[in-house]
Design a protein around this ligand. Structure first.
Ligand SMILES: Nc1ncnc2c1ncn2[C@@H]1O[C@H](COP(=O)(O)OP(=O)(O)OP(=O)(O)O)[C@@H](O)[C@H]1O
Ligand SMILES: [Mg+2]
Length: 264
């Protein structure tokens, strides 16, 4: 099913703060979207607004044409995985947890199917408080998926994960985004290449929204990304020549962007 999330002319601020969002509009369909921007710019706030947890002072939010004014309106449409998902899985075992999530909104899939889909059969009888940090993230994602909502919001899902679990998480995100809208707030710029679109926030709103390659070209310098992130990005984009100098990397990136006149 094609889902649609619409934010229309959103204005938001906390009491006594400046506007965090001034007249922000956004329309998303199924796929993965990565929200980037400096610490404190409003990434988590945007997720909370979409989930109905924070109410904008002005503007409207629609999910599949239903207007969202509170958590109650959003509860069957949006699930939100916070940056420390420990307290969102209740157990006692992984299987129990996923079963409860499945039952909550009558997901079409069974707990068994979800466990298989996420390749976590080896964890299913484990007590949730025995899980490792990485395992908690994967189980929390399975649990969120089990709720069956068309929109999944993830706040910094890769924090503290090693390479193996980060790659597993990315693989799972790709798997689940076919029929859902997945919005990820991320300081981990290694996630940029998996985004269908990148939403870059700056003071008061969306500074830029677009293709990851274009973001790379237009934006990374502005948000102060270091060279290791660039190398990671280049690897993900399958730039083959290794080892690569910064100069070669720049020319490869310009080639990827397809603009030989561009300056990087
Ligand atoms: N409940 C609150 N009351 C007042 N100000 C808040 C509240 N929650 C967040 N803020 C402020 O709103 C701004 C945006 O916060 P938010 O958590 O959305 O940033 P972020 O982009 O997610 O940052 P980070 O990258 O550090 O996670 C920050 O300046 C923060 O201090
Ligand atoms: Mg945040």
């Amino acid at each position: 099913m094609q889902n649609k999330l619409q934010l229309i002319n959103i204005w938001f601020r906390f009491p006594f703060s400046d506007w965090i969002f001034r007249n922000v509009s956004l329309e998303l369909e199924n796929g993965i979207y990565i929200i980037v921007g400096r610490n404190g710019v409003g990434k988590t706030t945007l997720l909370r607004i979409i989930a109905g947890i924070l109410k904008p002072q002005k503007g409207r939010i629609y999910i599949n044409s239903k207007e969202i004014n509170s958590v109650k309106d959003a509860v069957k449409l949006v699930s939100f995985m916070p940056s420390s998902p420990y307290n969102m899985i209740i157990g006692p075992t992984v299987y129990d947890d996923i079963k409860k999530a499945v039952k909550a909104f009558n997901n079409k899939l069974t707990a068994r199917e979800i466990i298989e889909f996420f390749s976590i059969e080896h964890l299913k009888e484990k007590k949730v408080f025995h899980l490792s940090y990485g395992e908690v993230h994967i189980v929390a994602l399975a649990s969120v998926y089990a709720l069956g909502t068309p929109i999944i919001l993830l706040d910094e899902p890769t924090v503290g994960l090693d390479k193996k679990y980060r790659e597993k998480l990315v693989q799972l995100l790709r798997k689940i985004s076919g029929d859902r809208i997945v919005v990820i707030a991320a300081n981990d710029l290694r996630l940029i290449p998996i985004g269908q679109k990148i939403i870059a926030l700056n003071n008061g709103g969306i500074d830029f929204i677009g293709d990851p390659k274009v973001v790379f070209y237009n934006y990374l310098e502005k948000i102060g990304v270091g060279i290791s992130d660039i190398v990671q990005f280049a690897k993900k984009m399958k730039i083959e020549s290794k080892p690569i100098t910064v100069k070669e990397l720049k020319s490869e990136i310009l080639r990827l962007i397809g603009d030989s006149n561009a300056r990087l």
